[in-house]
Write a protein that binds this ligand. Sequence first.
Ligand code: NAP
Length: 252
Amino acid sequence: MPDVNLAGKRALVTGASRGIGRTVAIRLAAAGASVALNYLRRTSAAEEVAAEIRAAGGTCALVRGNISAPDQVPRIAAEAIESLGGLDIVVSNAATGVLRPALEFTPKHLQVTMETNAFALLELAKACVPHMPAGGRILAMSSLGAARVIPEYGAIAASKAALEALVRQLGAELAPRGITVNAIAAGVVDTDALEHFPSRDVIFEMTRQRSPAGRLVTVDEVADATLLLCSPLAGAITGQTITVDHGYSTIA
Ligand SMILES: NC(=O)c1ccc[n+]([C@@H]2O[C@H](COP(=O)([O-])OP(=O)(O)OC[C@H]3O[C@@H](n4cnc5c(N)ncnc54)[C@H](OP(=O)(O)O)[C@@H]3O)[C@@H](O)[C@H]2O)c1
C-alpha cells in the first residue's frame, strides 16, 4: 500500500505497544520515519512491535514511561529525542479510563482519566515543541464520545472533550512555529480497550447496523488519517478534530 513519504522524519508515538498506537507506529516506520515507541506495562508487546518494524527495515527505539505522570514526560521526550536525533511528529495516543455511570465516579477516577487522556498532550507539547522544527506535527487520539453519549463513558468523554479543546488552543498557539496540532476522532475500533466495556458485543453490533459502511473502523484506517495529517500537504490543517467513522456520526 503506498503511504506518504516520511523519510527522515522522527516520530514519538505514545501507547505504541498495542491497538491503534501499534499500527500507527508500524505505518509511520513503513513510510520512512524513525519511531520512538512509548508504552507503560507490556514490555514484551512493545518489543514485538519493535521487532516487526526492524524486520521490515525500519528504525525504532523503546521508551517506557507513564505519560500521565508530569514528572515522567520530560524524560520520555528526552529519551525519544536523543535516540532519534530530534523530533518532527508526536502522536499522543495512549489513553485509559474508568467506565461507570457518571454519579459513581470518584475524584480519583476523574483525575487519572483527565491526566492520561487530556493533560498528557500538554505535558508532551511542553517537552517536545522546543525541539521540533517548522513542519512539525502533533496528533491526539480523541473519540466520538467527546460529543456524544456512550453508556458509562462519562469520564473518558469529559477527557476527550478537554483534549479537543486543548488541540484547538495549541493549534493556534503553535501556528507561528509552523507546527500543526490536530485530533483524530475514530468510531469504534476492535482493540483491547473494548474488552473493558460491559456491553462490548452490543456496541460492535449496533455500530455495524448503524454505520453507513456496515462495519467497524480498522486500526489501519486510523493510521491512514494519521499519515494524511503528517503529510506535507496537511500544513494548513490545524486545531481540528478529524472524524474517521465511515459517516457513522452523520446519521440522524
Ligand atoms: N478502540 C476504539 O474503539 C477507539 C475509538 C476511538 C478512539 N480511540 C482512542 O485511540 C487511542 C488508542 O486506543 P486503543 O483502543 O488502541 O487502546 P489500547 O488497545 O487499550 O492500548 C492502549 C495503549 O496505551 C498504553 N498506555 C495506557 N496508559 C498509558 C500511560 N499512562 N502511559 C503510557 N502508555 C499508556 C498501553 O500500554 P501497555 O500496553 O504498556 O499497557 C497501550 O499501548 C486512545 O486514545 C483511545 O481513546 C479508541
